[in-house]
Design a protein around this ligand. Structure first.
Ligand code: PLP
Length: 472
């Protein structure tokens, strides 16, 4: 560990122990230099690191202060059964942006990415559908296809629900700019500033960012890396907090890859129905199942119209096209209005192009190939992890999607590992970005959505070496 890392760790421990309370002014750089006998650059880099960890904030011309949320105690176990004692305001965006930014450079092996390789998608065939529909599009479609969206597309989406045995009303399907917009609109439809929202821990950072942006409060519910959400903890949270909405993933959860068994999904829906709490179900990876069938989402058990099921074509067909949807049950009209008031409509020619592809392009054939490719890539990732990781590293083996979740020895700091990995041209998604309390400091999410090659093999080897060095 370098001098500045060790200084940052010492100060981080003081902040986390609560001896430096939120809002306290940190010692000036000059004081740090004098107290710790370090150089100016060491002091400066230590503060920079604390800022990156989200523990302190710079205030212009005034110095550094302990950031909001920094004093929340760390979790010691990735799958610990723990609910935040109180609902909390969320302050995660800076950390997420800095991690995502570092991983964007071309040439970095994207183990930290949230996307699969674009090479796995039928881009040529899709372009043909787009060109075809652009030539023949009805000029009035700019008006007709406003929310809830292009009817042919909504029919195709409804057919996919039918394939799972679920009948979905066309007027309850609202087409959006990707699943992320669908999720955000659903959240806006059922909450007001100050409301409490239950999210997963670890969970998708965009849920935390949405909560932060809409001035809501989060209560984090632990996720078991095999079977997903801890329902007992959810029940306790529902009893203790005025929870206005839940945002959960039931299939191939991001970041753990966990899938809730059917019985558990049913129990979840029943529990929320008893409390009349809406569920925003994020199911963007559901189509990427390695077993024969799509694992039924929670909406399959919904009798009260309380589940808003959100998904998209971003992970399965057309990453940059930004087409998603919400099957929003009794909230569909509110979601549709929120869509009209925010971005008006998803791109109309693109909706028509995707509808044409779904009708004529061979989507199911493509999905079968995609699932087989991901399955093979998971096998290759497992082999590489077994080969390069020290023995005390554990990871999940999901039955779909393209993420594995690694639990490293507890002494390892995933944010430091992330920085060292970036220096060697490898990105990872460090655990703290998946939690409002910045827990999971010794966990990382890695992506196996890219066809296996020497660069990926090297990247896993580099990670293995960094972890091995860090435990020594
Ligand atoms: C869990 C999860 N939900 C939603 C999204 C956003 O999906 P889209 O790209 O369709 O907006 C992502 C993308 O990374 C995701 O990982």
């Amino acid at each position: 560990m370098t001098r500045y890392e060790s200084l940052a760790n010492t100060m981080a421990a003081e902040i986390r122990s609560g001896s430096l309370a939120v809002g306290t002014r940190m010692p000036s750089l000059r004081q740090v230099i004098a107290q710790h006998g370090v150089s100016q650059s060491t002091a400066f880099r230590a503060y920079y690191l604390l800022e990156e960890w989200g523990l302190i904030r710079a205030q212009e011309r005034s110095g550094y202060y302990v950031a909001r949320g920094a004093a929340v105690p760390e979790s010691r176990e990735a799958t610990a059964k723990r609910v935040l004692a109180e609902s909390a305001k969320v302050d995660i965006s800076e950390l997420v942006f800095s991690v995502l930014e570092a991983a964007r450079h071309p040439g970095v092996v994207p183990l930290g990415s949230a996307f699969p390789s674009p090479m796995l998608f039928p881009l040529q065939r899709l372009a043909k559908s787009l060109a075809q529909t652009a030539r023949t599009v009805n000029p009035w479609s700019t008006v007709v296809d406003l929310p809830p969206g292009n009817e042919a597309l909504r029919q195709q989406i409804a057919l996919r629900y039918l394939g799972m045995g679920l009948s979905q009303r066309l007027d309850e399907i609202v087409v959006t700019n990707g699943a992320l917009e669908a999720l955000n609109l659903c959240l806006m439809a059922v909450t007001r500033p100050g409301d409490v929202v239950a999210v997963e821990s670890p969970g998708f950072y965009a849920a935390l960012q949405a909560i932060e942006r809409l001035d809501l409060r989060a209560v984090e519910i632990p996720v078991d890396s095999q079977t997903g959400l801890d329902l007992d903890a959810l029940e306790q949270a529902l009893d203790k907090h005025p929870v206005r909405a839940c945002w959960f993933m039931t299939n191939y959860q991001n970041p753990t890859g966990a899938t809730m068994p059917l019985e558990k999904k049913k129990a979840l829906v029943e529990l929320l129905a008893r409390h009349e709490v809406p569920l925003i179900e994020d199911d963007v990876y559901g189509e990427l199942h390695f077993q024969a069938d799509y694992p039924l989402p929670a909406i399959a058990f919904d009798r009260k119209g309380l589940v808003m099921h959100c998904s998209s074509f971003s992970k399965t067909l057309a990453p940059g096209y930004r087409i998603g949807w919400a099957a929003a049950g009794k909230f569909a009209e509110k979601v549709q209005r929120a869509k009209l008031m925010t971005t008006l409509s998803a791109s109309i020619p693109v909706q028509a192009g995707i509808a044409d592809y779904l009708q004529h392009g061979g989507y199911d054939r493509h999905l079968r190939k995609l699932r087989a490719a991901l399955r093979a890539q998971l096998d290759a990732m497992n082999v590489a992890l077994r080969r390069y990781m020290p023995k005390d590293v554990k990871w999940t083996c999901p039955s779909g999607g393209y993420f594995v979740w690694l639990e490293l020895p507890e002494t390892i700091d995933a944010l430091t590992l992330h920085r060292h990995a970036i220096e060697q041209g490898v990105s990872i998604a460090p655990g703290p970005i998946f939690s409002a309390a910045r827990s999971f400091r010794h966990c990382v999410r890695i992506n196996f959505g890219h066809p296996w090659n020497a660069d990926i093999d090297r990247a896993v080897r580099v990670l293995g070496e960094l972890v091995t060095q860090a435990v020594k």
